[in-house]
Design a protein around this ligand. Structure first.
Ligand code: HEM
Length: 181
């Protein structure tokens, strides 16, 4: 999709993997993540019922050394039918010029903003929260840890969360297939 801003400067926001003339070379390490991904996952946490969810994740870029990120999820029943909308998150993956480090900022409608620092190791990305800031009404989340990987062309991830008095404990994991890009 080509977007033109009010000053008339056209820029590309792309989900595809083609490298354009303006592609910042720091992006190369995370380029395999760029695209639209869909699939299902499983979640749970001490004190809540296990759940199944469907998810769509989008990574896109405009050539500069960061990825735009957006994820939406839906709680589903055992047959895969959606029951209700679930977690959403949106943010930025800032690739550093050493290409091995990534800083991630995520905002959640549930009242959290997270800052992660992570490392890129081939197709694997490991992220740990440096800070979690929450509104007065948000639940008590103190840290998160995320592992992402591309395995056999699929995007896999697992998230551990420290919240409500529990240390880092698995909260959700999923396997997503590339549907575009
Ligand atoms: C695919 C993403 C996610 C899904 C599908 C999901 C789903 C759920 C579900 C079903 C619950 C049980 C309560 C409820 O029904 O609302 C829950 C609880 C919770 N989730 Fe998530 N979640 C996701 C991501 C996250 C993230 C990224 C965070 C934090 C940044 C988070 C923080 C929490 C907290 C704090 C609770 C409450 C735990 C408690 O009350 O002990 N979740 N989640």
């Amino acid at each position: 999709m080509t977007v033109t801003d009010p000053a008339g400067y056209p820029y590309e926001e792309t989900h595809d993997l083609r490298s354009g003339p303006n592609l910042h070379e720091s992006l190369l390490g995370l380029l395999p993540y760029v695209g639209v991904w869909r699939g299902t996952g499983k979640g749970g946490y001490p004190g809540i019922e296990d759940f199944d969810y469907a998810q769509e994740v989008r990574f896109s870029h405009d050539g500069r050394p960061f990825l735009a990120y957006e994820a939406r999820s839906w709680i589903i029943d055992a047959e895969g039918r959606p029951i209700r909308p679930g977690a959403r998150e949106t943010g930025w993956w800032r690739v550093q010029s050493d290409e091995d480090t990534v800083e991630v900022l995520l905002a959640h409608p549930t009242g959290f903003v997270e800052v992660y620092v992570g490392s890129i190791d081939g197709l694997k990305v490991e992220l740990s929260t440096d800070a979690v800031v929450r509104t007065a009404t948000a639940k008590e989340v103190s840290a998160n840890h995320r592992l992402y990987g591309i395995v056999e062309g699929d995007l896999l991830y697992a998230v551990d969360m420290a919240a409500m008095g529990h240390d880092l404990t698995p909260h959700m994991s999923a396997r997503l297939k590339r549907i575009a890009g």
